[in-house]
Design a protein around this ligand. Structure first.
Ligand SMILES: CC(=O)SCCNC(=O)CCNC(=O)[C@H](O)C(C)(C)COP(=O)(O)OP(=O)(O)OC[C@H]1O[C@@H](n2cnc3c(N)ncnc32)[C@H](O)[C@@H]1OP(=O)(O)O
Ligand SMILES: N[C@@H](CCO)C(=O)O
Length: 498
């Protein structure tokens, strides 16, 4: 399928009225959450992918806002035919707590004072960000996310989701990240923060009605940006070329292209970011440590996770080096948790997760294509037996929204299937018992069957849901054609389809 844009998008808002308990012990609220969604949430609400943004990202991950020249920050990854294919998945991205792009952060108005919070905003952590995202996901009525993903600080959030809400996602794809910030990462963040706080315009964070600390923020971004590139990519991009001059100036004006580039990056950053948010978000990154400051090992921290992992590192990333991803992989493997490790081979450095969509698409789609029925089946379904009244069966369908109910006997052994159509027929033809109308030769799926195989069954028999049974014909759950067709791999059409 050809890649395409999700088109025009709009940022929506969700209000969390109650206060939430922060990791610091403080309670904080109300909170407004800015978010965008792309694609369509299916009826079962099981095709949602939460994309968590990196340090300076926002809710606008894909598509265009009216009047904008540039698309969202991960537009090369999200859209029809892209790695996160919006023809299959419903992609959600929200601005983090503490951010400056619509979600409550230091520049938001404190309802108690009517003034911006500034430094009265509480120190927040990755756990707190994730807690707020969970409230948004609950609000959208999604019990279980198909996947949670993100790069850098987004990868930290994805890991934290798997630890805090083990039942809430099937797949976790952390990219170019770590299970705990290293001294070097903290050190760079601290230099950036000092640059902001040393700017006289910072004024202890109270600059919202005056000139903001632009020089400090710009300097912080210049330092940060160096860490997002690799030595090789800088050499390739700039060499020692001079900017708009033939000779060295022998003063402290801009001589080299690389200097000009960094100044440009710093200057453009201040137009889109709040200095206080930079302080708070880098602090949240510093505090990120799944081992809770050594209170438990990483293996212990990850011992309760339930999802499958694809951990992606970047070969030239010296800010979040590969060993940090491998630590996560080893800890998961030692717990027998299914994990794949892959590398983006790139000279771009840390920012390669924004610049190598081709490789990422290949890694992610081949990882997601390995899913089986067990990854998508709905386990919590009502079962009925032959003696259930037709009215009761109809009630169960209405209450659950399911159009197929397996009929079982002792120990949940499958003996038949009732569909909404059967119920209509029973009413029209005056049948009195389920036994008269149920299908006895039921086509079923097994837990480890591939999606392709089940889609083939569904299409060739023209049915829309299958009971999933174990080797003793005991019902485990139900899969519907909706999610299955979406996940079927278009590169390998399912037999019997055009
Ligand atoms: C909303 C968000 O952005 S979310 C988070 C993701 N975004 C970021 O991280 C932004 C910071 N990262 C970057 O800028 C990254 O380098 C990338 C990955 C996003 C962009 O990579 P590339 O497309 O290779 O762009 P590159 O780094 O070369 O920068 C290009 C810009 O620098 C300018 N530039 C290049 N060389 C020079 C120079 N010698 N002097 C001055 N400016 C220069 C270009 O004119 C261009 O300007 P424009 O962005 O206004 O068009
Ligand atoms: N360059 C990205 C990654 C930082 O880790 C950003 O600014 O968010």
């Amino acid at each position: 399928m050809q890649e395409a844009s999700v088109g025009y998008t709009q940022t929506k808002k969700h209000q969390i009225k109650e206060k939430i308990q922060l990791e610091s012990g403080k309670k904080f609220g109300p909170i407004e959450v800015a978010y965008e969604t792309y694609g369509t949430l299916n009826q079962e609400k099981n095709n949602a992918i939460l994309v968590c943004h990196p340090l300076t990202g926002d809710a606008h991950a894909a598509g265009y806002h009216e009047g904008d020249q540039d698309p969202g920050w991960w537009d090369n990854m999200i859209g029809p035919g892209k790695a996160f294919d919006t023809e299959k998945y419903y992609v959600i991205c929200s601005n983090v707590l503490g951010g400056c792009k619509g979600t409550t952060g230091p520049k938001s108005t404190n309802p108690e004072t009517g003034e911006p919070y500034a430094l009265d905003f509480p120190v927040i952590t990755i756990k707190d960000m994730v807690k707020v995202q969970k409230k948004l996901i609950d609000h959208l009525g999604i019990n279980k996310l198909f996947a949670v993903t993100g790069g850098s600080m987004g990868g930290m959030q994805a890991l934290q989701w798997a630890v805090t809400y083990p039942e809430a996602q099937k797949f976790c794809i952390p990219i170019a990240t770590t299970a705990k910030s290293s001294p070097q990462q903290i050190a760079f963040n601290e230099v950036g923060r000092r640059a902001i706080m040393s700017d006289p315009n910072w004024n202890q964070g109270n600059y919202y009605d005056q000139e903001p600390p632009k020089n400090g923020l710009s300097l912080a971004r210049m330092i940060g940006h160096i860490t997002y590139l690799s030595e090789r990519s800088m050499r390739k991009k700039f060499g020692r070329r001079l900017q708009d001059k033939k000779d060295l100036s022998f003063d402290f004006t801009t001589d080299f292209e690389v200097e000009s580039y960094l100044k440009y990056k710093g200057k453009s950053f201040v137009k889109r970011f709040d200095p206080n948010s930079y302080l708070y978000l880098t602090r949240a990154i510093d505090y990120f440590d799944l081992t809770d400051e050594g209170e438990r090992t990483l293996t212990e921290a990850l011992s309760k996770v339930k999802c499958k992992f694809l951990v992606v590192a970047i070969t030239s990333d010296w800010l979040y080096p590969r060993y940090q991803s491998k630590e996560i992989v080893r800890a998961l493997e030692s717990q027998d948790i299914e994990v794949e490790y892959s590398e983006i081979r790139s000279s771009y450095g840390h920012d390669a997760f924004l610049l190598e969509p081709g490789q990422l698409k290949h890694l992610i789609s081949s990882f997601l294509s390995k899913i089986t029925v067990s990854d998508v089946l709905q386990r919590d379904i009502p079962l009925i037996n032959k003696d259930t009244s037709i009215q009761k069966a109809a009630e169960k369908m209405i209450n659950t929204g399911l159009t197929h109910l397996p009929v079982v006997e002792d120990s949940n052994k499958l003996v038949g299937l009732i569909t909404a159509w059967d119920i209509s027929k029973a009413v029209a033809e005056n049948h009195e018992s389920l036994e008269e109308i149920m299908t006895e030769k039921v086509i079923t799926a097994s837990e480890n069957e591939s999606i392709r195989s089940v889609v083939a069954k569904i299409r060739s028999n023209n049915i829309s849901a299958l009971p999933v049974v174990d080797e003793k014909d005991k019902v485990i759950g139900l899969v519907s054609s909706d999610i299955l067709s979406q996940l079927a791999d278009e590169k390998h059409p399912v037999p019997g389809t055009d």
